[in-house]
Design a protein around this ligand. Structure first.
Ligand SMILES: [Zn+2]
Length: 451
């Protein structure tokens, strides 16, 4: 199935896009060459991050504790960045009445990708295909003044699509999607600034995550009846998005047939290990849904005006971004994302109490630490088992007695023993800064503790 009408931001997930020569060529050589080695499904299972079960069904993965730790970290990361950028978070239900989607236009333009409605007494409810309609209703729930605008509403919420070809075992073709979504309700004059700010937020998040987009795409409507018919609206939104892209200074390509049904989009494209391109992040300027929902604000003139909706997703769906990060890092995540950040390795049972004490200090600092004691095998075996953990600390009698921590970094560096409090504080600072580096002293001397 090569039609992937894009319903919303979420849209972000044209998972079933066919692999064309053109898209393969867009991938950097390093990614292209990774092939099956970098397959997130194989790695995800090997690393114990997520899995699927035929009884739950195709395209419905569940997250194991280590995968959930990464996901939780990502969710908090993006919420934190959004709070700093002036967004307020909401929760809204994953279900809505069929009538809601008739108003939004999803029912007419996007029904093939929606789950069938459920009969509930005299009503029909559907699993939502996007978050936009709920957010439009939140906006509409009270009178709004121009003084409240831009009103930025964010939610990391569930949405569903009846992906017929949902594959068992992966995170990229899923039927249940957790989308990092937001809608900025603003005046028409504010729309371009809001969209530029959203693109900046996307760039900042990508840098922290180490994600390098392969291209920016201005997604325009194509042939066929899946787009709302209002030429003036399309022209206006397209002109604004073009302005946003040129102000942002990023090179982009305009591509027909990739728009949302209600408007054009800026799509930030990434490539997977096999070179397949997909949309991760997106920014859209929408004049259509404010019209459909009759949204209003009272202007400085005391009259009623129509706001604009800027839809945007910074990291896309958690499924797609985690799939990408798994392939990008091959399981060796930056410390701030790693499921276990520090493994404490007591040499003998004699140092176990000290290891447990340090683990609790890590908990207090918000660090994820584990104790791998002698019951798990020889020290060499435990170190090998923890080879993807960014920081390892072998606790011998000397470290335990002197309150020291001799860190080994995942990249092979061994640091001079440090007072435990200082070592943990420095790890905490690197994690808090979402650092890509494991340590901030590149020339650190080798051969500290022999463990
Ligand atoms: Zn939206």
């Amino acid at each position: 199935m090569n039609s992937h009408p894009i319903a919303s931001d979420a849209a972000s997930v044209p998972a079933s896009a066919p692999v064309s020569e053109a898209t393969s060529d867009a991938a950097p050589a390093a990614v292209r060459g990774a092939g099956a080695e970098g397959d997130h499904r194989r790695l995800g299972r090997a690393l114990g991050l997520f899995d699927t079960d035929p009884l739950i069904g195709s395209g419905l993965p569940y997250w194991l504790p280590d995968g959930a730790a990464i996901r939780h970290t990502l969710e908090e990361f993006v919420r934190d960045r959004e709070r700093r950028a002036g967004y307020r978070h909401v929760y809204s239900p994953v279900l809505g009445k069929r009538e809601l989607y008739e108003i939004s236009g999803h029912w007419q333009h996007y029904r093939d990708d929606m789950f069938p409605p459920m009969d509930l007494g005299a009503e029909q409810v559907v699993l939502r295909p996007s978050l936009c309609p709920h957010h439009a209703l939140i906006y509409r729930s009270r009178p709004r003044s121009h003084r409240e605008l831009p009103l930025r509403i964010a939610e990391l919420g569930g949405m569903y699509r009846s992906e017929l070809s949902g594959v068992l075992g992966g995170l990229t073709r899923v039927r249940a999607i957790q989308l990092n979504d937001a809608h900025v309700f603003c005046t028409p004059e504010q729309a371009a600034d809001e969209a530029v700010a959203a693109l900046e937020l996307i760039g900042e998040a990508h840098r922290a995550l180490g994600i390098r987009p392969v291209r920016y795409r201005l997604s325009l409507p194509g042939e066929g009846g899946k787009y709302v018919a209002d030429p003036a609206l399309w022209e206006r939104a397209t002109a604004l998005l073009t302005e946003v892209l040129s102000r942002s200074g990023v090179p982009f390509e305009a591509v027909a047939g990739e728009a949302a049904f209600y408007g054009p989009k800026i799509d930030v494209q990434i490539a997977d290990a096999a070179g397949r391109e997909s949309t991760l992040s997106t920014v859209q300027i929408d004049f259509h849904q404010p019209e459909r929902f009759g949204l209003q604000y009272i202007g400085p003139d005391g009259a009623k005006h129509r706001p604009v909706m800027v839809h945007r997703s910074v990291i896309g769906s958690v499924e797609r971004v985690v799939a990408h990060l798994i392939e990008l890092y091959g399981g060796a995540f930056p410390a701030w994302l790693a499921p276990t950040q520090l493994v404490l390795l007591p040499l003998t049972e004699g140092e176990r109490a000290r290891a447990e004490q340090l683990r609790e200090r890590c908990l207090d600092l918000g660090l994820r630490a584990e104790v791998a004691g002698p019951e798990r095998g020889s020290l060499g075996a435990r170190i090998r088992e923890a080879r993807l953990v960014p920081y390892q600390a072998v606790l011998g009698p000397r470290e335990a007695a002197d309150g020291l921590l001799a860190l080994r970094l995942r990249d092979g560096r061994r640091l001079e023993p440090l007072p435990a409090g200082e070592a943990l504080a420095r790890i905490r600072a690197l994690v808090g800064a979402c650092a890509q580096e494991l340590w901030d002293e590149p020339g650190e001397s080798r051969g500290g503790s022999s463990g």
